[in-house]
Design a protein around this ligand. Structure first.
Ligand code: MTE
Length: 310
C-alpha cells in the first residue's frame, strides 16, 4: 500500500474526489488514469487522478486567492496588480526557444511541445506552497520531459530561463524596477528532478495570466521561489546563470533559494508562514525545510552549506 507523503494515510483512505483536494500530488508513470486532452488546462485534466507517494491532504487555496495575490513585477509591484493588469499579455501563439548545449535547439511552438508530451507525462497533479503560503493545484509536466526531448548535453550543468520581453504588453517592463527580461536558473539536478514542473494550468483550466500563462516553472521545495512566469527561453548552459533576484539583491536572494526556516531573510524571519485565505486570526504555520520534500531533495545538497548557499 502506497503511503501518501506526509499524511500517514494510505491510498485506500482517500477517494478520487478527495484526492483532487490533495496537496502535492505528482502523477508519475502509471499514476495517471484520465484521458485528458492536451496539457494546459483542459477541463478533463481536473478529473480523477490517483494519489502518488508525494500526495498530502492539505486543502488547496481558492482560485480567487491564487489569482489575486501574485508577484509578477511585469504587471506592477502590489500583490493585486497582476490580476488587474495581466490581461494585456498575449499568450497565444506562444513559442519557447530551447538553446545552448542541447542536441535539438530550436524555437518550438507551445502547441507542438504539448503534443509531444505523452499522456502519462502530461497528466500531472501537483500541489505546492508559496513563500507566503498557498496550496495550488497545478497542472503541467516535468521539466525533465522537455529537457530530455531536447537532448541536454553532458557539458551542460545548469538550465537558464527567461520570461517574455514585451514592454508594449507589460507595463512594468516600461520601468526599471527590475533588469528585464526576468531570469531564473536551476542546477541541472534540480532541473531534472521529478518534482520540478512546467505548469500550464491551475484547477484543470488554462494558467491564468497573472500566474504566468501560458507556461511557468514550479519548483515546490523552494516555495514560491524560482517560479519564472511566461517563459520564452530555456537554455542549457555550463556556468551558473544570472538570475533576476540574485542580481537585484544578492544579500537577500541566493542562487539556490532553498527557503531555510533556520536562516532569517535580512528583512524577515523565515521560520513561519502565513497561509493566504486563512483570515485575519489564522495562526502562522511553521515553515518546513525544503517545504516538506526533504526526503526527496535534501540529497541534492549534501555537503553544501545551506546557510551560505541560501
Ligand atoms: N516571474 C516573472 N516573470 N516576474 C516576476 O516578478 N515573481 C516571482 C515568481 N516569478 C516573478 C516571476 C516571485 S517573487 C514569486 S514569489 C512567484 O513568481 C509568485 O508566483 P505566484 O504569483 O503565481 O504565486
Amino acid at each position: 500500500m502506497t503511503k501518501i507523503f506526509n499524511t500517514g494515510l494510505t491510498e485506500s483512505d482517500v477517494t478520487p474526489k478527495e484526492v483532487y483536494l490533495n496537496r502535492r500530488q505528482i502523477m508519475a508513470g502509471t499514476g495517471a488514469l484520465i484521458a485528458a486532452g492536451a496539457i494546459g488546462g483542459r477541463a478533463e485534466a481536473s478529473l480523477t487522478t490517483v494519489p502518488s507517494k508525494y500526495s498530502t491532504m492539505e486543502k488547496p487555496n481558492t482560485l480567487h486567492d491564487i489569482t489575486n495575490y501574485n508577484n509578477y513585477y511585469e504587471f506592477g509591484l502590489e500583490k493585486t496588480d497582476p490580476a488587474a493588469n495581466a490581461h494585456t499579455l498575449t499568450t497565444s501563439p506562444w513559442a519557447i526557444q530551447i538553446d545552448g548545449m542541447v542536441d535539438k535547439p530550436g524555437n518550438y511552438g507551445l502547441e507542438d511541445i504539448l503534443k509531444g508530451v505523452t499522456l502519462e507525462e502530461r497528466i500531472y497533479r501537483h500541489r505546492c506552497v508559496e513563500a507566503w503560503s498557498m496550496v495550488i493545484p497545478w497542472d503541467g509536466f516535468p521539466l525533465s520531459v522537455l529537457l530530455n526531448r531536447a537532448g541536454v548535453q553532458p557539458s551542460a550543468k545548469y538550465i537558464a530561463f527567461q520570461t517574455v520581453l514585451r514592454p508594449e504588453e507589460m507595463p512594468g517592463q516600461r520601468t526599471n524596477v527590475l533588469d528585464w527580461p526576468y531570469r531564473e536558473g536551476l542546477r541541472m539536478d534540480e532541473a531534472m528532478h521529478p518534482l520540478t514542473i512546467l505548469a500550464t494550468g491551475i484547477y484543470g483550466a488554462d494558467m491564468p495570466k497573472q500566474d504566468g500563462a501560458p507556461i511557468r516553472l514550479v519548483v515546490p521545495w523552494k516555495y514560491g521561489f524560482k517560479g519564472a512566469k511566461s517563459i520564452v527561453k530555456i537554455s542549457a548552459v555550463a556556468e551558473q546563470p544570472v538570475t533576476t533576484w540574485n542580481t537585484m539583491a544578492p544579500n537577500e536572494y541566493g542562487f539556490y533559494s532553498n527557503v531555510n526556516p533556520k536562516v532569517d531573510h535580512p528583512r524577515w524571519s523565515q521560520a513561519s508562514e502565513r497561509r493566504i485565505g486563512g483570515g485575519l486570526f489564522a495562526k502562522r504555520i511553521d515553515t518546513v525545510m525544503f517545504n516538506g520534500y526533504g526526503d526527496l531533495v535534501a540529497s541534492l545538497y549534501t555537503g553544501m552549506d545551506l546557510k551560505k548557499n541560501f
